[in-house]
Ligand binder design. Structure first.
Ligand SMILES: Nc1ncnc2c1ncn2[C@@H]1O[C@H](COP(=O)(O)OP(=O)(O)OP(=O)(O)O)[C@@H](O)[C@H]1O
Ligand SMILES: O=C(O)C1=C[C@@H](O)[C@@H](O)[C@H](O)C1
Ligand SMILES: [Mg+2]
Length: 277
């Protein structure tokens, strides 16, 4: 095993470079197109267009309130941080970064799995922390963090310079998603043999237990179970990434409005104290 000190990533150098465009995902991700349907698709086309318009409208309100603050998405592996993050970045006109990809670039290796294998998890975590520190000095970013970024307090210190959003997805749904695409790119879940769903579920359960309340440090919690129940779905798998992005914007808006009200009332009472001196 090789150990090296974390590589310092100059994120500002990456913005606008081909590598940055790749890391951010260059294709438009808000799909203004019909969902598959058995009955001709017109109703679903309207739903989809309506969703995209709602998303755009809400993003314009939230953008104003965010005032350039970065958004950090946290959550377990497979919770949709990259998928939802790209949508949020597109509608807000923010730049999207995937911290796992930035660590790969900084270290000069093609995958997180290889970094774990050639170096170590600790080496990966050190580089992840230095990537998050570098990103935290920037504005107007949506960052999909690595699933384990929440375990280090120093990462929270940096993420709290922006606004953090926890995508809370039931373990069964995570295991289903991960089993569908395989575990090779996720070294903490990768197993030489066994049924992919069962193995992913068991590993995810252990990680969730070890991580305890770490995800709950986020400013905002987006619960897929709550969204599904609001929309009258019996299963979170019926939710589209746009449904989740829209709920994220609503929750972000509530948080920012409350946060601003608290800050305003603190300023007001400080001013009153000074006035009475
Ligand atoms: N709402 C959704 N419904 C169904 N599948 C989804 C949804 N959101 C994401 N996925 C799928 O689940 C998988 C994991 O999503 P994604 O890569 O966005 O998660 P992640 O949180 O970034 O994971 P990681 O921490 O491992 O990087 C992908 O294959 C993605 O296409
Ligand atoms: O949950 C985790 O600890 C991880 C999640 C991935 O995003 C990667 O950061 C890595 O595979 C570790
Ligand atoms: Mg991801």
């Amino acid at each position: 095993m090789c150990t090296r000190t974390p590589v310092s990533l100059r994120v500002s150098d990456l913005v606008g470079s081909p590598a940055a465009v790749r890391a951010r995902g260059a294709k438009p991700v808000v799909p203004l197109r019909a969902k598959k349907s058995s009955g001709g698709g017109h109703e679903n086309l309207h739903n989809s267009v309506d969703d995209a318009l709602l998303l755009k409208r809400k993003s314009e309100e939230v953008l104003f309130q965010l005032n350039g603050r970065c958004i950090y998405l946290v959550g377990m592996m497979g919770s949709g941080k990259s998928t939802v993050g790209k949508i949020l970045a597109e509608v807000l006109g923010y730049s999207f970064f995937d911290s796992d990809k930035l660590v790969e670039q900084a270290v000069g290796m093609p995958s997180v799995a290889q970094i774990f294998k050639v170096h170590s998890e600790a080496f990966f975590r050190d580089n992840e922390s230095s990537v998050l520190r570098d990103l935290s000095s920037m504005r107007r970013l949506v960052v999909a963090t690595g699933g384990g970024a929440v375990i280090r307090p120093v990462n929270w210190k940096n993420m709290k310079k922006g606004l953090s959003v926890w995508l809370d997805v039931p373990l069964e749904a995570l295991a289903r998603r991960i089993a569908k695409v395989g575990t090779a790119s996720r070294p903490l879940l990768d197993q030489p043999s066994g049924d992919p769903y069962t193995m992913a579920f068991s590993k995810l359960s252990t990680l969730a237990e070890q991580r305890g309340d770490a995800y709950a440090n986020a400013d905002v919690r987006v619960s897929l179970e709550e969204i599904a129940s609001k929309l009258g779905h019996d299963d979170v798998s019926k939710l589209t990434p746009i449904d989740i992005a829209l709920e994220s914007l609503h929750k972000i808006e509530s948080f920012v409005v409350e946060d601003t009200a608290v800050a305003d009332s603190q300023t007001e009472s400080q001013a009153q104290r000074i006035h009475t001196l």
